[in-house]
Design a binder for this molecule. Structure first.
Ligand code: FAD
Ligand code: SF4
Ligand code: SF4
Ligand code: SF4
Length: 342
């Protein structure tokens, strides 16, 4: 068994698959498929995590670190200390700021490892724990599919003391709850703005071939912008469909998610609100400020980018308006109290 609260998050299909419970459960009672799962008693590989299958030690850890149980904040911008546009010399998804911050912190010895996601030419992805800045260059670029970044932290928690996370808001949220409740080895959380993500099979079997009429291996970049979902192919062509054609295929937990800008991150990074090729950057914590100050010479900065914060706020409001009703409906069904939007 697993803790009953997690069992309900799984049962109502609102588990974001962040992986916080998987890496933090001392009994190894939880594994990860498309969402968190109760450990398969027949899988002997998993016995190393705990003495026996189906044993929940009732330590309550998972119920303290699950973003769905923790709930959301109404005002995503209350903790923003500084907002600006930035770009680096790295050809990333947008301004390459995410990759450049991490690379520079590795070079300065400020972090031991970072967990994030890489891909191959077929857009098959993998969660990786990188231990140097040059390797981390392989992770650049946005994958609109979902992988459970925090599930990969079991071993790093044993081996490293200064762990960085790059992930979407639900992963930033899980990472923050781990660092507040389980251990303090996560020293920096970089959160990516996120409206939705897709399951791999939906993305590679429906969206790319059926909706966009493309082959995955021909595509070098996907992007949302200007009301459309874009694919850029090796032959230099641009292809697009309306966002309304792909958005309904997002994962179910994404339709219940009320965090657009990664409220729990130390630094939130997106593209919206700045010109093409730039990143919108929100510094939210003293830790975020400290680390950004260490690497700021790497970047060109615009203090007041256009279209700016107004557009980001508009999209955050849109996400809340679309999703808060779904989320609160599920909270009503849970047998426990405490979750919700504050
Ligand atoms: C699913 C998803 C939806 C997004 N939606 C929006 C949006 O609506 N508006 C907006 O402004 N920005 C959005 N972003 C963020 C945007 O696409 C860029 O990631 C961000 O601007 C950083 O750009 P960069 O040039 O610094 O990235 P890069 O320097 O290229 O680095 C990208 C980093 O993102 C990590 N990454 C890539 N895909 C994933 C993933 N699926 N899960 C976790 N980590 C990943 C990589 O490991 C890499 O470290 C989204 C990102 C994702 C992953
Ligand atoms: S309560 Fe503790 S032992 Fe039980 S599933 Fe949750 S983290 Fe694991
Ligand atoms: S902690 Fe994350 S992976 Fe675990 S049940 Fe909650 S949302 Fe799912
Ligand atoms: S919308 Fe983004 S942050 Fe929210 S659950 Fe989906 S992937 Fe996670």
């Amino acid at each position: 068994m697993v803790h009953p609260k997690i069992a309900e998050v799984i049962e109502y299909d609102v588990c974001t698959a962040c992986g916080a419970c998987v890496s933090s459960c001392p009994a190894g009672a939880i594994t990860m498929g498309k969402k968190a799962e109760i450990r398969d008693p027949d899988n002997l590989d998993l016995y190393s995590f705990g003495a026996a299958p189906n044993v929940c030690e009732d330590c309550l850890t998972c119920s303290r670190i699950c973003p769905v149980i923790d709930g959301y904040v109404e005002d995503e911008f209350a903790n923003v200390k500084r907002f600006f546009g930035a770009k680096s010399d790295i050809q990333g998804q947008d301004g390459g700021v995410t990759t450049a911050i991490v690379r520079s912190l590795f070079n300065k010895g400020e972090i031991d490892c970072v967990a994030s996601i890489s891909r191959n030419d077929k857009w098959e992805t993998e969660v990786e724990v990188f231990t140097n800045g040059d390797d981390f260059l392989r992770a650049k670029g946005t994958k609109y599919t979902y992988d459970s970044v925090l599930s990969s932290l079991r071993e790093p928690f044993k081996k490293y003391d200064k762990i960085a996370i790059v992930g979407v808001p639900c992963q930033a949220h899980g990472a923050r709850l781990i660092s507040e409740n389980v251990n303090d080895k996560i020293v920096l959380i970089l959160g990516l703005l996120c409206m939705e993500s897709f399951y791999h099979d939906t993305f590679t079997e429906k969206i790319i071939p059926e909706i966009m009429g493309l082959k995955a291996e021909d595509v070098v970049k996907f992007d949302f912008g200007k009301g459309k979902f874009w694919a850029y192919t090796r032959d230099g062509e641009e292809h697009s469909v309306k966002i309304a054609e792909v958005a309904p295929h997002a994962r179910n937990p994404c339709h219940h998610c009320c965090d657009y800008t990664a409220v729990s991150a130390d630094i939130s990074i997106g593209s919206v609100g700045t010109p093409d090729g730039w990143n919108s950057v929100m510094i939210r914590t003293d830790v975020g400020e400290k680390y950004f100050d260490l690497v700021k010479d790497e970047f060109e900065i615009i203090e007041d980018p256009k279209p700016g914060m107004d557009l980001i706020q508009k999209l955050a409001t849109m996400k809340h308006n679309n999703n808060s009703g779904h989320y609160l409906e599920v909270c009503e069904k849970f047998s426990f109290n405490g979750c919700g939007i504050r």
